[in-house]
Write a protein that binds this ligand. Sequence first.
Ligand code: 0PR
Length: 363
Amino acid sequence: MRQPEPEPQSFDRVLSSMCTEPHPDARAAAERFLATNPGDPATYESVAELEARAVAGLATLADHPTPADAAGYVTSGGTEANIQAVRSARNRHREATGGGAGEVNVVAPESAHFSFTKAAALLDMELRTVPLDGAHRADTDAVAAAVDDATALVVGVAGSTEYGRVDPIPELAAIAGEAGARLHVDAAWGGFVLPFTDRDWSFADAPVDTLTIDPHKFGQAPVPAGGLLAREDAALDALAVDTPYLETRSQATLTGTRSGAGVAGAVAAMDALWPDGYREAAERAADNADWLAEGLADRGYDVVEPELPLVAADVPEPTFAALRDAGWKVSRTGAGELRVVCMPHVTRSTLRAFLDDLDRIRR
Ligand code: 0PR
Protein backbone atom coordinates (compact mmCIF):
# COMPACT_ATOMS: atom_id res chain seq x y z
CA MET A 1 0.00 0.00 0.00
CA ARG A 2 1.19 3.49 -0.78
CA GLN A 3 2.28 5.42 2.27
CA PRO A 4 1.56 9.14 2.58
CA GLU A 5 4.40 11.21 1.13
CA PRO A 6 6.66 12.46 3.91
CA GLU A 7 7.32 16.18 3.86
CA PRO A 8 10.92 17.39 4.15
CA GLN A 9 11.81 19.42 7.22
CA SER A 10 10.69 23.02 6.76
CA PHE A 11 13.47 25.53 7.38
CA ASP A 12 11.13 27.82 9.37
CA ARG A 13 12.46 26.95 12.81
CA VAL A 14 15.80 25.42 11.93
CA LEU A 15 18.51 27.27 13.83
CA SER A 16 20.93 24.35 14.22
CA SER A 17 21.82 23.46 10.66
CA MET A 18 24.71 24.44 8.46
CA CYS A 19 22.57 23.62 5.44
CA THR A 20 19.99 25.99 4.03
CA GLU A 21 17.29 26.45 1.41
CA PRO A 22 19.03 26.11 -1.98
CA HIS A 23 18.80 28.95 -4.49
CA PRO A 24 15.97 28.19 -6.99
CA ASP A 25 18.40 28.09 -9.94
CA ALA A 26 20.55 25.60 -8.04
CA ARG A 27 17.54 23.42 -7.32
CA ALA A 28 16.57 23.39 -11.00
CA ALA A 29 20.12 22.67 -12.17
CA ALA A 30 20.45 19.83 -9.67
CA GLU A 31 17.30 18.22 -10.98
CA ARG A 32 18.50 18.43 -14.59
CA PHE A 33 21.77 16.70 -13.75
CA LEU A 34 20.37 14.07 -11.35
CA ALA A 35 21.36 11.15 -13.55
CA THR A 36 24.88 12.27 -14.44
CA ASN A 37 28.11 11.00 -12.92
CA PRO A 38 31.12 13.31 -12.76
CA GLY A 39 33.09 10.25 -11.63
CA ASP A 40 33.08 9.20 -15.28
CA PRO A 41 34.01 12.41 -17.07
CA ALA A 42 34.67 10.76 -20.43
CA THR A 43 31.04 9.62 -20.58
CA TYR A 44 29.34 12.54 -18.80
CA GLU A 45 31.25 15.33 -20.49
CA SER A 46 29.01 18.29 -19.76
CA VAL A 47 28.96 17.68 -16.03
CA ALA A 48 32.75 17.32 -16.13
CA GLU A 49 32.92 20.79 -17.71
CA LEU A 50 30.61 22.09 -15.02
CA GLU A 51 32.88 20.65 -12.36
CA ALA A 52 35.83 22.60 -13.78
CA ARG A 53 33.67 25.72 -13.50
CA ALA A 54 32.72 24.85 -9.94
CA VAL A 55 36.39 24.49 -8.97
CA ALA A 56 37.29 27.80 -10.63
CA GLY A 57 34.36 29.46 -8.86
CA LEU A 58 35.37 28.11 -5.47
CA ALA A 59 38.96 29.16 -6.15
CA THR A 60 37.76 32.68 -6.93
CA LEU A 61 35.92 32.80 -3.61
CA ALA A 62 39.04 31.51 -1.89
CA ASP A 63 41.18 34.23 -3.46
CA HIS A 64 43.33 31.80 -5.42
CA PRO A 65 45.82 33.79 -7.54
CA THR A 66 44.87 31.95 -10.76
CA PRO A 67 41.43 30.38 -10.20
CA ALA A 68 41.31 28.78 -13.64
CA ASP A 69 44.40 26.72 -12.75
CA ALA A 70 43.24 25.68 -9.28
CA ALA A 71 43.17 21.99 -8.52
CA GLY A 72 40.20 20.47 -6.73
CA TYR A 73 36.87 18.75 -7.07
CA VAL A 74 33.32 18.76 -5.77
CA THR A 75 33.13 16.31 -2.88
CA SER A 76 30.17 14.76 -1.12
CA GLY A 77 30.73 17.25 1.70
CA GLY A 78 33.20 18.64 4.16
CA THR A 79 33.92 15.23 5.63
CA GLU A 80 35.19 13.84 2.35
CA ALA A 81 37.18 17.00 1.61
CA ASN A 82 38.86 16.85 5.00
CA ILE A 83 39.62 13.13 4.73
CA GLN A 84 41.14 13.67 1.30
CA ALA A 85 43.24 16.61 2.48
CA VAL A 86 44.65 14.50 5.30
CA ARG A 87 45.23 11.57 2.95
CA SER A 88 46.99 13.73 0.40
CA ALA A 89 49.31 15.22 3.02
CA ARG A 90 50.04 11.77 4.44
CA ASN A 91 50.88 10.35 1.02
CA ARG A 92 53.12 13.28 0.16
CA HIS A 93 54.86 13.12 3.51
CA ARG A 94 55.48 9.41 3.11
CA GLU A 95 56.79 9.89 -0.38
CA ALA A 96 59.23 12.51 0.84
CA THR A 97 60.40 10.72 3.97
CA GLY A 98 59.79 7.03 3.39
CA GLY A 99 57.83 7.00 6.67
CA GLY A 100 55.91 3.80 7.37
CA ALA A 101 52.33 3.13 8.47
CA GLY A 102 51.24 4.58 11.79
CA GLU A 103 54.22 6.90 12.00
CA VAL A 104 52.71 10.03 10.57
CA ASN A 105 50.65 12.55 12.51
CA VAL A 106 48.20 15.38 11.90
CA VAL A 107 48.03 18.32 14.28
CA ALA A 108 44.63 19.99 14.70
CA PRO A 109 43.02 22.33 17.21
CA GLU A 110 40.38 20.93 19.56
CA SER A 111 37.81 22.88 17.57
CA ALA A 112 38.45 20.79 14.46
CA HIS A 113 35.41 18.96 13.14
CA PHE A 114 35.04 15.26 14.01
CA SER A 115 35.71 14.39 10.37
CA PHE A 116 39.42 14.68 11.23
CA THR A 117 38.96 11.91 13.81
CA LYS A 118 37.52 9.77 11.05
CA ALA A 119 40.35 10.71 8.71
CA ALA A 120 43.09 9.81 11.19
CA ALA A 121 41.43 6.50 12.04
CA LEU A 122 40.94 5.56 8.39
CA LEU A 123 44.43 6.58 7.41
CA ASP A 124 46.23 5.02 10.36
CA MET A 125 47.60 8.35 11.55
CA GLU A 126 47.96 9.88 14.96
CA LEU A 127 45.62 12.84 15.50
CA ARG A 128 47.25 15.32 17.85
CA THR A 129 44.58 17.68 19.09
CA VAL A 130 45.89 20.82 20.73
CA PRO A 131 44.09 23.19 23.09
CA LEU A 132 42.49 26.50 22.13
CA ASP A 133 43.26 29.96 23.42
CA GLY A 134 40.76 31.88 25.55
CA ALA A 135 38.87 32.98 22.43
CA HIS A 136 38.13 29.49 21.07
CA ARG A 137 40.91 29.74 18.48
CA ALA A 138 43.88 27.43 17.90
CA ASP A 139 46.62 28.24 20.41
CA THR A 140 49.64 28.73 18.17
CA ASP A 141 52.16 27.95 20.93
CA ALA A 142 50.42 24.65 21.54
CA VAL A 143 50.44 23.88 17.82
CA ALA A 144 54.13 24.74 17.56
CA ALA A 145 54.86 22.44 20.51
CA ALA A 146 52.90 19.57 18.95
CA VAL A 147 54.49 19.43 15.49
CA ASP A 148 57.56 17.31 14.76
CA ASP A 149 59.28 15.59 11.84
CA ALA A 150 56.42 13.10 11.58
CA THR A 151 53.79 15.82 11.13
CA ALA A 152 52.31 15.63 7.65
CA LEU A 153 49.59 18.23 8.16
CA VAL A 154 48.59 21.12 10.35
CA VAL A 155 44.86 21.95 10.33
CA GLY A 156 43.37 25.40 10.80
CA VAL A 157 39.64 26.05 11.00
CA ALA A 158 38.10 29.09 9.36
CA GLY A 159 34.59 29.07 10.76
CA SER A 160 34.48 26.49 13.54
CA THR A 161 31.44 24.25 13.93
CA GLU A 162 30.71 25.23 17.52
CA TYR A 163 31.60 28.92 17.74
CA GLY A 164 32.22 30.15 14.18
CA ARG A 165 35.81 31.08 15.00
CA VAL A 166 38.64 31.68 12.53
CA ASP A 167 42.06 30.38 13.54
CA PRO A 168 45.22 32.49 13.01
CA ILE A 169 45.92 31.00 9.58
CA PRO A 170 49.16 32.88 8.67
CA GLU A 171 50.75 31.83 11.98
CA LEU A 172 49.65 28.22 11.46
CA ALA A 173 51.06 28.32 7.93
CA ALA A 174 54.41 29.49 9.29
CA ILE A 175 54.48 26.70 11.88
CA ALA A 176 53.58 24.09 9.26
CA GLY A 177 56.19 25.43 6.86
CA GLU A 178 58.92 25.30 9.45
CA ALA A 179 58.03 21.71 10.35
CA GLY A 180 58.01 20.63 6.70
CA ALA A 181 54.29 19.90 7.03
CA ARG A 182 51.39 21.05 4.90
CA LEU A 183 48.58 23.37 5.95
CA HIS A 184 44.92 22.55 5.45
CA VAL A 185 42.21 25.10 6.18
CA ASP A 186 38.73 23.83 6.95
CA ALA A 187 36.41 26.55 5.69
CA ALA A 188 33.61 24.07 5.00
CA TRP A 189 31.06 26.38 6.57
CA GLY A 190 32.92 29.71 6.62
CA GLY A 191 34.20 29.68 3.04
CA PHE A 192 31.27 31.55 1.51
CA VAL A 193 31.28 34.24 4.21
CA LEU A 194 35.03 34.84 4.50
CA PRO A 195 35.37 36.78 1.21
CA PHE A 196 33.34 39.54 2.88
CA THR A 197 35.45 39.72 6.03
CA ASP A 198 39.00 40.98 6.59
CA ARG A 199 41.05 37.92 5.83
CA ASP A 200 44.83 37.99 6.06
CA TRP A 201 45.52 34.78 4.18
CA SER A 202 44.92 33.05 0.87
CA PHE A 203 46.45 30.39 -1.34
CA ALA A 204 48.93 32.97 -2.53
CA ASP A 205 50.19 34.56 0.63
CA ALA A 206 49.62 32.34 3.70
CA PRO A 207 50.30 29.84 2.04
CA VAL A 208 47.48 27.34 2.31
CA ASP A 209 48.04 23.94 0.67
CA THR A 210 44.48 22.62 0.72
CA LEU A 211 41.10 24.09 1.61
CA THR A 212 37.65 22.70 2.34
CA ILE A 213 34.83 25.00 1.18
CA ASP A 214 31.31 23.57 0.89
CA PRO A 215 28.69 24.88 -1.53
CA HIS A 216 26.00 22.89 0.35
CA LYS A 217 26.49 25.01 3.46
CA PHE A 218 26.64 28.82 3.08
CA GLY A 219 26.89 28.45 -0.71
CA GLN A 220 23.13 27.82 -0.96
CA ALA A 221 23.63 24.76 -3.18
CA PRO A 222 21.70 21.51 -2.76
CA VAL A 223 23.21 18.58 -0.85
CA PRO A 224 25.58 16.91 -1.73
CA ALA A 225 28.13 19.51 -2.73
CA GLY A 226 31.33 19.92 -0.76
CA GLY A 227 34.53 21.38 -2.09
CA LEU A 228 38.21 20.49 -1.90
CA LEU A 229 40.74 22.94 -3.36
CA ALA A 230 44.50 22.59 -3.61
CA ARG A 231 47.26 25.06 -4.36
CA GLU A 232 49.19 22.56 -6.46
CA ASP A 233 48.12 19.76 -8.78
CA ALA A 234 50.52 17.52 -6.86
CA ALA A 235 48.09 17.49 -3.92
CA LEU A 236 45.46 15.78 -6.09
CA ASP A 237 48.02 13.63 -7.91
CA ALA A 238 48.94 12.18 -4.53
CA LEU A 239 45.36 10.86 -4.31
CA ALA A 240 45.05 9.39 -7.79
CA VAL A 241 44.56 5.70 -8.45
CA ASP A 242 44.60 4.01 -11.86
CA THR A 243 41.20 3.31 -13.39
CA PRO A 244 41.89 0.67 -16.04
CA TYR A 245 38.36 0.25 -17.45
CA LEU A 246 37.36 3.92 -17.59
CA GLU A 247 38.25 6.11 -20.55
CA THR A 248 39.98 8.47 -18.13
CA ARG A 249 43.12 6.92 -16.72
CA SER A 250 43.01 7.89 -13.08
CA GLN A 251 40.71 9.11 -10.34
CA ALA A 252 41.64 11.28 -7.37
CA THR A 253 38.23 11.33 -5.67
CA LEU A 254 37.27 9.19 -2.70
CA THR A 255 33.89 8.09 -4.00
CA GLY A 256 33.47 6.60 -7.46
CA THR A 257 30.04 7.46 -8.80
CA ARG A 258 29.31 10.99 -7.63
CA SER A 259 26.42 13.41 -7.70
CA GLY A 260 26.12 15.40 -10.90
CA ALA A 261 23.25 17.18 -9.17
CA GLY A 262 25.66 18.45 -6.55
CA VAL A 263 28.09 19.74 -9.16
CA ALA A 264 25.44 21.42 -11.33
CA GLY A 265 23.69 22.85 -8.27
CA ALA A 266 26.93 24.33 -6.98
CA VAL A 267 27.70 26.02 -10.29
CA ALA A 268 24.19 27.42 -10.63
CA ALA A 269 24.27 28.77 -7.08
CA MET A 270 27.60 30.49 -7.64
CA ASP A 271 26.49 31.87 -11.01
CA ALA A 272 23.39 33.34 -9.38
CA LEU A 273 24.96 34.64 -6.18
CA TRP A 274 28.65 35.47 -6.62
CA PRO A 275 29.50 38.07 -5.53
CA ASP A 276 26.53 40.32 -4.71
CA GLY A 277 24.09 37.68 -3.51
CA TYR A 278 26.66 36.09 -1.25
CA ARG A 279 27.73 39.49 0.06
CA GLU A 280 24.13 40.36 0.92
CA ALA A 281 23.60 36.98 2.58
CA ALA A 282 26.82 37.32 4.59
CA GLU A 283 25.98 40.85 5.72
CA ARG A 284 22.43 39.93 6.64
CA ALA A 285 23.65 36.90 8.57
CA ALA A 286 26.25 38.98 10.42
CA ASP A 287 23.64 41.60 11.36
CA ASN A 288 21.26 38.91 12.53
CA ALA A 289 23.95 37.22 14.61
CA ASP A 290 24.88 40.53 16.26
CA TRP A 291 21.22 41.30 16.89
CA LEU A 292 20.56 37.90 18.45
CA ALA A 293 23.74 38.06 20.55
CA GLU A 294 22.63 41.42 21.90
CA GLY A 295 19.11 40.15 22.58
CA LEU A 296 20.44 37.18 24.51
CA ALA A 297 22.93 39.31 26.45
CA ASP A 298 20.11 41.75 27.32
CA ARG A 299 18.28 38.81 28.85
CA GLY A 300 21.25 38.09 31.09
CA TYR A 301 22.85 35.16 29.28
CA ASP A 302 26.59 34.77 28.80
CA VAL A 303 27.09 35.13 25.05
CA VAL A 304 30.12 34.15 22.99
CA GLU A 305 30.55 37.18 20.71
CA PRO A 306 29.93 36.10 17.11
CA GLU A 307 32.87 36.31 14.71
CA LEU A 308 31.29 34.52 11.76
CA PRO A 309 27.46 34.39 12.00
CA LEU A 310 27.03 31.81 14.75
CA VAL A 311 25.84 32.67 18.24
CA ALA A 312 26.48 30.59 21.36
CA ALA A 313 24.95 31.46 24.72
CA ASP A 314 24.82 29.83 28.11
CA VAL A 315 21.12 29.00 28.28
CA PRO A 316 20.08 26.60 31.07
CA GLU A 317 19.13 23.06 30.12
CA PRO A 318 15.39 23.31 31.04
CA THR A 319 15.06 26.44 28.88
CA PHE A 320 16.86 24.71 26.03
CA ALA A 321 14.54 21.71 26.36
CA ALA A 322 11.48 23.99 26.35
CA LEU A 323 12.70 25.67 23.16
CA ARG A 324 13.07 22.26 21.53
CA ASP A 325 9.56 21.34 22.73
CA ALA A 326 8.28 24.55 21.13
CA GLY A 327 9.58 23.23 17.81
CA TRP A 328 12.85 25.14 17.57
CA LYS A 329 15.65 23.08 16.06
CA VAL A 330 18.49 24.30 18.21
CA SER A 331 21.63 22.47 19.22
CA ARG A 332 24.31 22.72 21.87
CA THR A 333 28.07 23.07 21.97
CA GLY A 334 30.15 20.41 23.71
CA ALA A 335 30.17 22.71 26.75
CA GLY A 336 26.35 22.82 26.70
CA GLU A 337 25.73 26.31 25.30
CA LEU A 338 22.77 26.95 23.02
CA ARG A 339 24.04 27.37 19.47
CA VAL A 340 22.26 29.29 16.70
CA VAL A 341 23.66 29.20 13.16
CA CYS A 342 22.48 32.28 11.27
CA MET A 343 22.11 30.70 7.84
CA PRO A 344 20.46 32.55 4.93
CA HIS A 345 17.03 31.04 5.74
CA VAL A 346 17.20 32.47 9.29
CA THR A 347 15.50 35.84 9.02
CA ARG A 348 15.13 38.64 11.53
CA SER A 349 11.45 37.79 11.99
CA THR A 350 12.37 34.16 12.73
CA LEU A 351 14.78 35.35 15.39
CA ARG A 352 12.17 37.72 16.81
CA ALA A 353 9.72 34.83 17.12
CA PHE A 354 12.49 32.79 18.74
CA LEU A 355 13.18 35.46 21.37
CA ASP A 356 9.42 35.88 21.95
CA ASP A 357 9.18 32.16 22.69
CA LEU A 358 12.21 32.39 24.93
CA ASP A 359 10.58 35.24 26.88
CA ARG A 360 7.38 33.21 27.19
CA ILE A 361 9.35 30.23 28.51
CA ARG A 362 11.24 32.40 31.00
CA ARG A 363 8.08 33.84 32.53
N1 0PR B 1 34.05 21.09 8.68
C1 0PR B 1 33.30 21.93 9.42
C2 0PR B 1 33.91 23.16 9.97
C3 0PR B 1 31.95 21.62 9.65
O1 0PR B 1 31.21 22.43 10.41
C4 0PR B 1 31.42 20.44 9.10
C5 0PR B 1 29.98 20.06 9.32
C6 0PR B 1 32.25 19.61 8.33
C7 0PR B 1 33.56 19.97 8.15
C8 0PR B 1 31.74 18.34 7.71
O2 0PR B 1 30.90 18.63 6.66
P1 0PR B 1 29.83 17.58 6.10
O3 0PR B 1 28.79 17.41 7.15
O4 0PR B 1 29.36 18.24 4.86
O5 0PR B 1 30.57 16.33 5.82
N2 0PR B 1 29.38 20.66 10.41
C9 0PR B 1 28.03 20.39 10.80
C10 0PR B 1 28.04 19.56 12.08
O6 0PR B 1 28.66 18.49 12.10
C11 0PR B 1 27.27 19.64 9.77
C12 0PR B 1 25.85 19.77 9.86
C13 0PR B 1 25.19 20.27 8.78
C14 0PR B 1 25.10 19.35 10.93
C15 0PR B 1 23.85 20.35 8.76
C16 0PR B 1 23.73 19.44 10.94
C17 0PR B 1 23.13 19.93 9.83
O7 0PR B 1 21.77 20.00 9.79
O8 0PR B 1 27.45 20.00 13.04
